[in-house]
Design a protein around this ligand. Structure first.
Ligand SMILES: Cc1cc2nc3c(=O)[nH]c(=O)nc-3n(C[C@H](O)[C@H](O)[C@H](O)COP(=O)(O)O)c2cc1C
Length: 175
């Protein structure tokens, strides 16, 4: 198996993280992988907000928990110390596709760097609300931005999950 194939086939979503901080250099590499994703018409509309400050990270987690309807005390980011939030210009028709590809690139890079990651949803609701708009203002992002997803990143705690076999019947060759 070549290296890229191994990274793609062995990446798993991680749901338990150590609170060990992630070096900035590694966070930057993950972000860079996201920035290099293809985008519709090459417009590069996705933007990435990196949340590493513990207080802010906990506030984003709590908002996500609230949107998801979980009880207080549940951390939908599973203890990950870094949250990379992808937002994209909602006036661009490919915004969601572009942002999703950004997420995919970042997940693979995180895995390649020996870090765990997981896509955490509910960014749409977060950025439709005043909470998300405040985050945009804090980051200095102006315009109509839609929340695409959060990537929770950190060092995996516990065993690495086994690879799940792919379902049959998903590929159709029309030779
Ligand atoms: C669009 C999307 C939304 C997801 N949202 C969440 C989420 O909010 N919380 C969560 O724990 N996992 C979430 N996941 C992770 C999926 O549950 C996970 O990718 C799936 O179970 C397959 O596992 P794998 O990533 O290890 O292959 C999401 C994944 C995707 C692609």
């Amino acid at each position: 198996m070549d290296e890229l194939e191994k990274i793609i086939t062995e990446r798993r979503s991680i749901r338990s993280f150590k609170d060990t901080p992630v070096p900035r250099e590694l966070i930057d590499k993950i972000i860079n992988a996201g920035l290099f994703a293809a985008s519709g018409r090459g417009l590069q509309v996705p933007k990435i907000i990196a949340v590493t400050n513990k207080e802010l990270r906990d506030a984003v987690s709590d908002e996500n928990r609230r949107i998801g309807g979980w009880n207080e005390g549940f951390d939908p980011f599973y203890g990950a110390p870094v949250i990379l939030i992808v937002v994209a210009d909602s006036t661009v028709p490919t915004a969601v596709y572009d942002g999703s590809l950004t997420m995919g690139n970042m997940m693979l890079m995180a895995h390649d760097l020996g870090l765990g990651s997981i896509w955490i949803h509910r960014a749409k609701e977060e950025f439709d609300s005043e909470f998300g708009k405040n985050l945009l203002r804090k980051a200095g992002i102006e315009g109509d931005f839609e929340g695409i997803a959060h990537l929770a990143v950190g060092y995996t705690k516990g065993d690495y999950p086994a690879v799940i076999p792919r379902n049959d019947g998903r590929v159709f060759y029309l030779d």
